[in-house]
Design a protein around this ligand. Structure first.
Ligand SMILES: Nc1ncnc2c1ncn2[C@@H]1O[C@H](COP(=O)(O)OP(=O)(O)OP(=O)(O)O)[C@@H](O)[C@H]1O
Ligand SMILES: [Mg+2]
Length: 258
């Protein structure tokens, strides 16, 4: 896995100190401290309900943290709004898709580009030579569906939709990309294509990937963080994490449901 060389003095792309999220008396995420270097590829593993998506929601600002702090490239963003974090280069995809079936792939990617460059007040159609449409074409290429530009989203396969979601998240050169189970619902045949797409992402983009598919997680990530009951259970290389007794217990011992 190619990783961009990073001088030791460079701030971490993302760093948390004791972050948590409480719903009533229940901590969905509790006291999680971890950091990710610029350009690093990190997988987040953990059984259903472990707090993985909630962790993403805290990082993006969709959930206000109940405890702790978050730094993005050294800047404290714990209290920053979602748009501010997007402006700082943070992007995400969602576990459950939110695409509009009635749009073409081209228009979907155009809106992603236009939305970031001037709010969601854009009116279609626009000139063919509009640089934002050309950027949309580039994104279709990067996410591996250039031949489907004119296709309606409703006509895409599930795998192509997941690729399109990654294309949307890549609008305007993100610095940190949070991907929430991009392989969910993919057929065995579609999975290698997704791995290849993840491996082909620009090497300077920091990628944090929630993934239940171990093959995809380990093939595309150099480091792994395991959450269990909202807390950090293990961290290390894929080999180190798989050798961890507690991790082995939750995956092989039957606590894992997928
Ligand atoms: N908005 C919310 N209100 C109340 N409880 C919530 C909320 N969001 C998440 N939770 C709870 O927090 C816990 C962690 O949920 P989360 O969705 O983060 O898990 P996950 O690791 O992403 O699971 P999965 O692998 O199934 O996607 C669960 O018990 C969930 O019910
Ligand atoms: Mg989840």
């Amino acid at each position: 896995m190619p990783v961009s060389p990073v001088p030791k003095t460079t701030a971490n792309a993302l760093e948390t100190q004791g972050i948590g999220k409480r719903f009533g008396g229940f901590w969905a995420v509790k006291d999680v401290t971890f950091s990710v270097r610029p350009g690093e590829r990190r997988a987040i593993l953990g059984p259903n309900g472990a707090g993985k998506t909630s962790l993403f929601n805290i990082l993006t600002g969709d959930y206000a943290a109940s405890s702790g702090s978050i730094r993005l490239f050294g800047e404290d963003v714990t209290k920053s709004s979602v748009p501010k974090r997007i402006k700082n280069g943070l992007r995400r995809t969602y576990q459950h898709a939110y695409l509009f079936d009635g749009l073409s792939v081209h228009d979907t990617l155009f809106l992603a580009v236009a939305g970031l460059r001037g709010g969601w007040r854009q009116i279609l159609p626009v000139r063919k030579s509009d640089p934002r449409r050309i950027e949309a074409e580039r994104l279709a290429e990067v996410c591996g569906i250039p031949e489907f530009l004119d296709r309606m989203v409703s006509d895409l396969s599930h795998g192509q939709r997941r690729q399109l979601e990654i294309g949307i998240a890549l609008a305007e050169d993100p610095k940190v990309l949070l991907l929430d189970e991009p392989a969910a619902g993919l057929s065995p045949a579609e999975r290698p294509q997704l791995s290849n797409l993840l491996l082909s992402l620009p090497t300077d983009v920091t990628v944090i990937l929630i993934e239940h598919d171990m093959d995809i997680a380990f093939r595309t990530s150099e480091s792994v963080t395991v959450l269990f009951n909202g807390q950090l259970m293990a961290e290390g290389t894929p080999d180190e994490v798989m050798a961890n007794k507690d991790v082995h217990e939750i995956y092989v011992g039957g606590t894992h449901s997928e």
